[in-house]
Design a protein around this ligand. Structure first.
Ligand code: GAR
Length: 198
């Protein structure tokens, strides 16, 4: 049985689209993206539709209603019976109830070499800090901000003259390779995820 994945995004979903392309090209990889969801009407959802993947939106209603959003999100996620939920550019903190419910089945890609530069502006922060090496990480989600156990990570060189955008594009190439490696190895039973706190 293929590994059932639900991918959550907030924006353009270029990493998600890359994943869908690879899944299409490699049916032998044992991966099935059963749905792509978002917290808003994200442009990336259209790319999922083009790949024939079901999409859904659970609109984020504002920070004061985060728990309610989380409960709705959990119901939608559950309806797809995912083996794994992949946060691929979901720019929201997932509420503790959702982290608990999907304990050990929730991973996140992040554009830095964690624990360096957590948070929503990681690439800008790395450019402003003038680092020579940035990074890309995949973590298991816990209740902190990008604090969960590291699944896989890799350094990414910063070139002179890099803008936030050019560096982010290079980091995304690495994120895509890391995510593909992690997912295919999980599907093949060649790795398991580190256990995080719930
Ligand atoms: C990726 O770099 C992902 O790691 C990052 O958003 C980007 C999504 O790009 N996620 C975070 O920063 C979460 N804290 P995309 O929409 O082009 O795939």
């Amino acid at each position: 049985m293929p590994l059932r994945l639900v991918v959550l995004i907030s924006g353009t979903g270029s990493n998600m689209a890359d994943l869908l392309g690879r899944v299409d090209e490699h049916p032998e990889a044992g991966l099935d993206v059963v749905a792509v969801g978002a917290d808003r009407d994200a442009p990336g959802l259209e790319r999922a539709t083009e790949h024939g993947v079901e999409t859904f939106v659970v609109e984020f209603p504002g920070p004061e209603r985060r728990e309610e959003w989380g409960a709705q999100l959990a119901v939608r996620l559950d309806s797809f019976s995912p083996d794994l939920v992949v946060l691929s550019g979901l720019m929201r903190l997932v509420p503790p109830d959702v982290v608990r419910r999907f304990h050990g089945r929730l991973i996140n890609t992040h554009p830095s070499y964690l624990p360096e530069f957590p948070g929503p502006h990681a690439v800008k922060d790395q450019v402003e800090a003038g680092v020579k090496e940035a990074g890309a990480s995949i973590i298991v989600v816990d209740n902190g901000v990008d604090t969960g156990p590291i699944v896989e990570q890799q350094r990414v060189a910063v070139m002179s003259g890099d803008s936030t955008e050019s560096l982010h594009n290079r980091i995304k190439q690495t994120e895509r390779e890391l995510l593909w490696r992690v997912l295919t190895e999980l599907a093949a039973g060649q790795r398991s995820l580190p256990v995080g706190q719930d």
